[in-house]
Structures are given as C-alpha cells and as structure tokens.
Design a protein around this ligand. Structure first.
Ligand code: MTE
Ligand code: QUE
Ligand code: MOS
Length: 766
C-alpha cells in the first residue's frame, strides 16, 4: 500500500488486469491447480454411445471392480432432485432410461486417480433399444419439433408492405454454431463439511445457480452449500448453466464417501458433453424501394437447441431482438423457433443469440445492395435508425440515443472507406484469381438481461482497521477484468489507490442470490452495487468524523488517499481505525437494480434493454478463388464504451471479441457423423483462430467523449459481448470479394462459417 496516493487508479485509467502477471507466470490458481486433499477422489462421467434410444441393460459391475475405483453412481443414486434444468425442466443429471444425445451422462465413477476413473468408464456394458434420432436442424424445422413453443414479434403490416414494395427478396442463411474452447475446461472441487454441508470450488459464471442445484440434488437447504469462484480460465457463456452438473456429480461422491472430490472434464468430454453456440437457419422475405429502403420484412429464425430447453428461450429471443441490427424496420414480423434435435443442449455463448440475428440483418442489406448495384454502405446508412422518426424497434422499444451515425462517419474517414473501395475495384479488375473485398458493418447490441429479474446485483464491502478494503460482489471473473474495474470504481469513491483494495473470490456466503455474470452486464450491475456499498460506508465515516471533530459534513473531503478536515487531514487508515474505536460499523452491503427494463412476452413489446452498445468495423480481405483460402488484410474498429472505466481492458475485450468472432465466422466448424456423434472433439479437428489470424493492420479505437446517456456506473457502457459481432465485416468482405468474380449475376449465398470449402461453394453455386 503506497503512502502517497496521489495517483488514484479510478475510472478512466489503464490499470492492468488484477491478475495479469499471475496469468503469464502461471501463478494464477485454477481449479485443477488447487491443493490435493488427503484421500481425494477423481470423478469421470460415462456417457451414452447412441444419440436416441432407451437403455435396456446397464451393467456396471466391471466398472465397479476396476482398479482404483471407489464409487459408481447413476440416476438412482441421487437423493434429491434429478432434474437440473436451469429455467425449464428437461436436464436430468444422469439419464436412467431415455437417451437423447450421444454422450449424455448415464453414470459416473470416482477413483483414486483421474486416469483410473477414465479407464474404468470404458468397462461399462450398456445395451440400448435404438430410436430414430433427429439430428438435423432443417429436419426439426420441417417436423415442427421444438423444445419450447415459437414466439413472434411484430410491428406494422409486413405482408402488405412486402407486397407493395417495388423489389422483393426471399432467401435464407445458415449460421454455424461454436464451441466455447475456454482454456480451462469445466472443473469443480468439492470438500464435505459438517452436517451434510459442501464447500465447492468451481469454474462457473453462476455460483448461486450451482449452490441451488447442488442443494436440490443432495436434498439439503441452500444454507449448507457454499460455492466459491476465484476465476475462470474463460467462460464465454459456456459456464452459465453447464458448469453446474460437474459440481453436482462431485458433491454426490463427496457426500457418499465423505472425502474431497474433483470433477474435471477432459477436453474431449467437455466438447462432447457440453452445449455450444446455437446454429441457426434464418429465412428472410424482404420488400424494399428503388433507393434500398426496407419497407417490410419477415424473418423466421430457427435455432438448434439440442435435446433440452436450457437457456434457449432467451437465446432465440435475443436473436429475434437483434435481427434489425442497426436498421429501422417499419413493418416487421419475426418468428423465432426453438428446434429440438437429439444433440447436446446448446447454451449461452458470447452474444447469446444476438450475433445470429445481426448477421441475418447484414446479409439482407448486402443482398439489397447487390440487387440495386449500389455500395452496401449506402444501403446501410439509408436504413439506419435515427432518434426522431425512425426510432422504434420491432419490439416497440424507442431509441433515445444512438451513437452509430457518428461512429460510422468517423470510421469512414479513419479507414478511408471510399478510396479503398476504389482501390479494391481496381485491383479486382486486373486480378482474375485473387479477389479483394471490403465491408463496413455496424453493431447495435441491447444491454440488460431480457428476463427482467436477473438485472440485480449485490455487493459487500469491509473496511479493516489498517485502511485496507475488501470488496465482494456477485459477479465472477472470467478474465474479462471485472474485479479490476470494480476495484477502480470503489477506489474512486474512497479516493484511494486500488492497491488498498482486494476484490475477493465470488462466494455465495458473502453475497447471496446472484445473477449469472452474463449479458455483458457484470460491471454495470456489480460495479453499481459495490459503488452503493462504498457510498454507505463513506456516509457513515463522514458523519462519524463530523460528530467527532464538530465540523459540518460538507467540510469533510476524501481526497488523494486522505480525508481532509478543514485544516487537518487524516490518512484513510487513521480514519478506519478511529471509526472502529468510535464503534462504527465498517461493513456494508450494496444493492442495485437496473431501472426502466421491462418486456411483456405476451404482447412482444416493452423496453427490454436499458441502453444499446454500439460499434462498427471495416475489414478488407483477399481471397483465392481457386482454393477458397482467404486472408484478413486490415480491420479498423471504432467502438463505443461510453466513459471507459479502463481503456486497456476495454480494448482487450474488443480485440478478443473480434478474434473470437473471426473463429465463429471463418475457421471454427462443428461436425457430427450420421449417428449424432461429434467428430470435431479436439483441437486437432476443431480449428480456433491463432495469433496469425489477426488482421495484418488492426486499428482499434474507443469512441471519445461519449458518456452513456443513461446513468450507468460512471456513464460507462458494457463491452463484453458486442465486439464479437464486429467480425461480421470480415465475413461480409469475403462475400464482397466473391461477388466481384467476373460474370457473377447472382448474390453469393455465403453461409457461416466461411471456411475455404464454403467460399468455394459460394463461388461455384450459381
Ligand atoms: N472475456 C474473457 N477474457 N473471457 C470470457 O470468458 N466472456 C464474455 C465477455 N468477455 C469472456 C470475456 C461474455 S460471454 C460475457 S457475457 C462477458 O464477458 C461477461 O463479463 P462482463 O459482464 O463483466 O463483461
Ligand atoms: C441475455 C443473457 C441471459 C438472459 C437474457 C439475455 C442469460 C441468462 C438468462 C436467463 C433467463 C432466464 C432464467 C435464467 C437465466 O437470460 O445469460 O436463470 O431463468 O442466463 O438477454 O445473457
Ligand atoms: Mo455471456 S454469453 O452472456 O455469458
């Protein structure tokens, strides 16, 4: 702790991530780095070897007698609730009869080592009566095979508007899924406590949900279960609901055997047994004028949910909320389908369905531009929302503020769009095989959980008598920098250095009933809750000093690590010490709930988002029309984070989100065989982007002087998910390059991901 606290690392400062040096030196502790407990067991999951059917014989004798095996459990071993579905039922911890996807957990083994547990799994003898599986999204759509009923959003009369428009396009777009590929896989370590309690260390975005589910599975009250999450080695949405089962399994073993148990999935098990981003089939039917203005549109957005609802209702909703992207749709009908297949249950992934909607909107724009032989940027600008007469979304929320016109105007200049458009055309005119493409795409992303009750957060701050500050809140750290930002916010309020502040591991026994760290709202919610707790403490300290020194409260000022009292000053440590002697409570909770948010699903209207995050990007690509290979030459980004709490972390989120989006839209491709078995189950067959996939020129800027128009914490804007969609410019640029192939008369039907194979297919499809 520094004596001189002149430099307050409050909001706006490029403070490094609280664990940066620990991440790169290997000192950051993940679940599997934790101390091994005496007598600890290691769990492994046995999954089904078919996609759909009924178990007729389950013989685990050989598993039980395998070397090192201590315990084996099945559905019958669960004393409490078997179904751990997060919102709707449908996710049994183990299935006891009906199998609904390849790899679905049937039993688990606890052994003296991870290797022994893994070996024992292979000795199970299971027979099935096979049933015909539905593996394909299109087939599920045809059969109206759903996990949840469809939902419709509507505004105006799209049918009539499309009929009377001078142009009409009807087409479809296939959008691929995505494996989370967090560096740390799913992992949980459980230590039994007195009276049936459990202490759970786990890599989860949702400690409270884990607490609730373990309590239900063990049939004990939630008070007996403490969940602790220091950090995740990445979550990306994959640890929102699908981290919980592994804690439940470890807790069951820990309870039965009264010893510590770790359940850490191998990479392969993780890829096979946990859900991914939803792939979608998006149908669109759009009517537009000669100038490219959309007059009416109908969308059918069908997401592949897998075998159970999980979070799919909210995910397909978010796709529906984002199929306008940044464009005003005067007449729109949007149908969202939650298709069921006999595959693993798909789940949250950065963007939460939003990206699958946004990419449809950008495809519609590109296709209109192609039909009218105009530059897509012109069509984008023509259809952009404004805040006066073209400001109401198809779910009836009005935009009060919209920074995209400014962002696009700046980016056009920064990236030299129009000159480069000319250069690209000139290059293409003389280059028959290599083709360049260019695209500028915007992102508008709604911030808030669309399920209103999740928009709340709590915090707990302790001041100690040495002047150090311990902060706890309901958010979790997945290396997005949440703890660092919250420390900066609290530092600002007390006017002290962040060196004084420790944001401790997320714990369900410190702050209860928390929402998942998701929807990009971690800082908005928990930062504000922590700020409220700090304000309470500051108020108490101020009034204590005011009484003690007989000064009006207004003359007591927290500044530069001190508390100034008219002609005197006390160090922050002296103040906490004096307050303690004066019997002042130095601990406070804080609470926050997002104002203004509501959505009525019955009428499909409301104000689901507190505000929108915006950004735009320009990408230039080079493709080889003989091989389908491509290269990203340059990307320029301007992104709006309001008043940045930490520009270094925000830029990191933008760069990281962009590269993760690049994986989704170019190289990452999930494949299943015709039995429903995942083929791409490891890094050898599933290609995530590498450092070499970064654009050769990569300019990332934050929009300056743009405080959030809503009263968020320090007028910042959420940053976590929106930048993923900035990559759509690279994908559109690839299509732009394909469109420039000589003699092309039809719009290239490029699907995502644009792998070299897909690019070749799009070139030769017509
Ligand atoms: N950044 C890193 N490094 N690791 C992650 O797992 N998850 C993303 C995003 N950025 C993630 C990340 C997702 S899906 C969300 S919702 C937000 O971070 C969650 O954190 P926040 O709300 O604090 O931004
Ligand atoms: C964005 C999100 C989430 C969301 C809605 C969004 C999310 C999430 C849920 C959710 C919904 C209902 C529940 C629940 C969670 O909704 O992450 O437990 O009952 O978990 O717009 O990111
Ligand atoms: Mo992020 S998909 O909301 O965890």
């Amino acid at each position: 702790m520094s004596d001189n606290e002149q430099i307050v690392m409050g909001p706006g400062k490029k403070l490094e991530h609280e664990s940066a040096s620990k991440h790169v030196t290997g000192k950051a502790i993940y679940i599997d780095d934790q101390m091994v407990y005496q007598g600890q067991l290691f769990a492994c999951i046995g999954g089904s070897q078919i996609a759909h059917g009924r178990i007729t014989i389950l013989d685990l004798d050989a598993v039980r007698s395998a070397e090192g095996v201590i315990d084996v459990i099945t559905a019958k071993s669960v004393p409490g609730k078997l179904d751990i579905g997060p919102v709707f039922p449908g996710d049994p911890l183990f299935t006891d009869e009906l199998v609904e996807y390849w790899g679905q957990p049937i039993f688990a083994v606890a052994a003296n080592s991870h290797e022994q547990a893994r070996k024992a799994i292979t000795l199970a003898h299971i027979e099935y009566q096979e049933l015909e599986p539905v593996l394909d999204l299109a087939q599920a759509m045809d059969q109206s095979f759903y996990v949840r009923p469809p939902h419709r959003m509507q505004r105006g009369n799209s049918e009539q508007a499309i009929q009377s428009a001078s142009h009409r396009i009807q087409s479809k777009l296939l959008v691929g899924g995505q494996e989370h590929f967090y560096l740390e896989g799913q992992a949980s370590a459980v230590i039994p406590q007195e009276d049936g309690g459990m202490l759970i260390y786990t890599s989860t975005q949702n400690p409270s949900e884990t607490q609730k589910l373990v309590a239900e599975v063990l049939d004990v009250p939630m008070t007996r279960i403490d969940v602790v999450t220091r950090r995740m080695g990445g979550g990306f949405g994959g640890k929102e609901t699908q981290a919980a089962p592994w804690s439940c399994v470890a807790a069951l073993f820990a309870s039965r055997n009264q010893c510590a148990v770790t359940c850490r999935l191998s990479r392969k098990d993780d890829m096979v047994m946990t859900g991914k981003r939803h792939n979608f089939i998006n149908h669109y039917d759009v009517g537009f004028d000669d100038d490219g203005s959309i007059s009416g549109i109908k969308y059918t957005l069908a997401g592949q949910c897998g075998y159970s609802p999980d979070l799919s209702d909210a995910i397909v909703d978010r796709a529906m909320f984002h199929c306008d992207n940044a464009y005003y749709l005067p007449n729109a009908t949007v149908d969202g389908l939650r298709c069921k297949t006999h595959t693993v249950s798909n789940t949250a992934f950065r963007g939460f369905g939003g990206p699958q909607g946004v990419i449809a909107a950008e495809t519609v724009i590109d296709e209109i531009a192609f039909e009218l032989k105009k530059d897509p940027l012109e069509i984008r600008k023509r259809n952009l929302y404004n805040t006066t007469d073209r400001n109401q979304t198809h779910y009836h929320q009005k935009l009060d503020s919209f920074t995209l016109p400014e962002i696009i105007a700046q980016l056009e200049l920064d990236a030299d769009y129009w000159n480069r458009r000319k250069q690209v055309s000139e290059f293409n005119a003389t280059s028959p095989i290599l083709k360049k493409g260019l695209a500028l795409t915007p992102v508008k992303f709604g911030i808030s959980f669309t399920v209103s009750h999740l928009n709340q957060a709590g915090a707990l701050i302790h001041l100690y008598t040495d002047g150090s500050i311990q902060v706890n809140h309901g958010g979790t750290e997945m290396v997005q920098g949440l703890m660092t930002k919250v420390a900066q916010i609290v530092a600002q309020e007390f006017q002290v250095s962040t060196d004084r502040i420790v944001v401790t591991a997320t714990r369900t026994d410190k702050v209860p009933n928390t929402s998942p760290t998701a929807a990009s709202a971690g800082t908005d919610l928990n930062g504000m809750a922590a700020l409220n707790a700090a304000k309470t403490l500051k108020y108490r300290l101020t009034h204590f000093l005011s009484d003690k020194y007989q000064l009006p409260a207004e003359e007591i000022c927290f500044k530069n690590g001190e508390v100034q009292l008219r002609d005197d000053a006390l160090s922050f440590a002296e103040v906490t010490k004096e307050a303690w002697l004066g019997r002042i409570s130095l601990s406070s909770t804080g609470f926050y709930k997002t104002p203004k948010v509501h959505y009525d699903r019955q009428t499909a209207s409301g104000h689901p988002f507190y505000y929108f995050a915006n950004g735009a990007s320009v990408s230039e690509v080079l493709i080889d029309t003989l091989t389908g290979e491509y290269k990203l030459l340059r990307t320029d980004i301007i992104h709006d984070v309001g008043n940045s709490i930490n520009p270094a972390l925000d830029i990191g989120q933008i760069e990281g989100g962009f590269i993760q989006g690049l994986g989704w839209l170019t190289c990452e491709e999930l494949k299943w065989d015709n039995q429903g078995r995942l083929i791409t189950d490891g890094p050898a067959t599933y290609k995530i982007p590498a450092i070499s996939d970064t654009p050769e020129v990569f300019n990332v800027r934050l929009l300056q002087n743009s405080p959030n128009s809503e009263a968020t914490v320090f007028r910042s804007k959420a940053v976590g998910e929106p930048p993923l969609m900035l990559t759509i410019s690279a994908w559109c640029a690839i299509r732009d390059a394909i469109a420039s192939v000589e003699g092309r008369t039809t719009f290239p039907q490029l699907h995502a991901p644009a792998t070299p194979e897909e690019i070749l297919r799009a070139i030769h499809r017509d």
